[in-house]
Design a protein around this ligand. Structure first.
Ligand code: ADP
Ligand code: MG
Length: 350
């Protein structure tokens, strides 16, 4: 378990943050730029120690310990490798004393930089340096790994690949990770738990599925706001390259170029901006995914916008429409609404 209570005052900006995390799996620290996420990680890593900090990890008081005695790994947004060493040299310097969970070569292979092991560190691109920095942190065998927007400078394809690999490595090793990001997509794919940071405070904590569905948090009004749903993959149609999903008894079709490994539970993300609302079924349109829902709650989003929370069996869907449309449709709580889904992303197996 990680427990912390910290105060910082930087000019007119204050951080006053208390939080407790069970210290298992991957926990996302999520919040806008400047909300204090890096400040929290630096304090946990011991790079910024102040009298009055209360900080314990697995029952041990961290306060007095310098960074090198905390056994906490940190991967920054910009990898800081030793420039006079090769990649291998950098990794050997960090590698723990034990046998290690992963041999260096195997880890380099998985993270896609094996052919770079004997290159001088300065010859690497930004993305390659991040891969090496992650391997270096893992080889040091920390008891907790802190990741500060580690893949934000990478292109989307590499980022998704590394996120997937990071998740696999976490599952194999059980190494607890705190992952800082401001990308909702990364949280949906990676995090078991989420702590929202806002203006130096922990605003909310819980499972991403539950937090994403709340209208009282700033998440719902984000441009990429939306929900994660549990569904069951029923079958795949090779002619149409489509998979049929079951969401609480209703069908949803998603494009899937290749057959799935096996039918079973999957998680999907539906962005609120990709949901079209109708009070009657729409005819003669290209929209083909329609879920019957019930309006639970409506709130103002950004100016001119309205956010709708819709009940879908035991689950919740969010829709973002204009205030104008909301008034025109004269929506009422409890009303049955047809939710047409324009886009679905498959996050993976549940
Ligand atoms: P985030 O990582 O969420 O983007 P940071 O923790 O980096 O946010 O920064 C939060 C705020 O604290 C910012 O306004 C930043 O300028 C300020 N800040 C962070 N560290 C220092 C410091 N050492 N001295 C002065 N201001 C700082
Ligand atoms: Mg930061």
């Amino acid at each position: 378990m990680l427990s912390l209570s910290l105060q910082r005052h930087f000019g007119s900006w204050d951080l006053d943050c208390s939080l407790v995390w069970r210290g298992e799996g991957i926990c996302g620290l999520f919040g806008p730029s400047g909300s204090g996420k890096s400040t929290l990680l630096r304090a946990i890593a011991g790079l910024d120690r102040r009298a009055g900090d209360r900080l314990t990890w697995r029952g041990a008081e961290l306060g007095p310990l310098p960074p090198e005695r905390r056994a906490i790994g940190l991967v920054f947004q910009d990898a800081r490798l030793f420039s006079h060493l090769t990649v291998r040299g950098n990794l050997l310097l960090a590698a723990g004393k034990g046998r290690g969970r992963w041999p260096m070569e195997a880890l380099a292979e998985r993270l896609g930089f094996r052919e770079l092991l004997d290159k001088p560190a300065p010859a690497l691109s930004g993305g390659q340096r991040q891969r090496v920095a992650l391997a270096r942190a893992l080889l040091a065998e920390p008891t907790l790994l802190l990741l500060d927007e580690p893949f934000s400078a990478l292109d989307r394809r590499s980022r998704l690949h590394l996120i997937h690999e990071l998740q696999q490595l976490q599952r194999e090793s059980d190494l607890p990770m705190l992952y800082v990001t401001h990308a909702m997509e990364e949280v949906s794919m990676l995090c078991d738990e989420l702590i929202l940071i806002e203006e130096g405070r922990a605003l909310a904590q819980g499972g991403p599925d539950a937090l994403f569905a709340r209208l009282d948090l700033p998440l719902a009004a984000r441009d990429d706001g939306g929900v994660i749903l549990c569904a069951t993959l029923k079958h795949w149609c090779p002619e149409e390259q489509m998979a049929e999903l079951d969401v609480d008894g209703q069908s949803l079709f998603v494009t899937m170029p290749l057959p799935p490994d096996a039918p079973g539970p999957v998680r999907i993300k539906v962005a609120a901006r990709d949901v079209v609302i109708a009070t009657r079924p729409i005819e003669g349109s290209s929209l083909s995914n329609c879920l019957t829902t019930r309006l639970r709650e409506e709130r103002e989003g950004l100016p001119g916008q309205s956010l709708l929370q819709l009940g879908l069996g035991q689950q919740i869907l969010l829709a973002r429409i204009t205030r104008r449309s909301s008034l025109r449709l004269a929506l009422e709580g409890g009303q049955e609404l047809f939710a047409y889904i324009k886009a679905v992303s498959l996050l993976g197996e549940a």
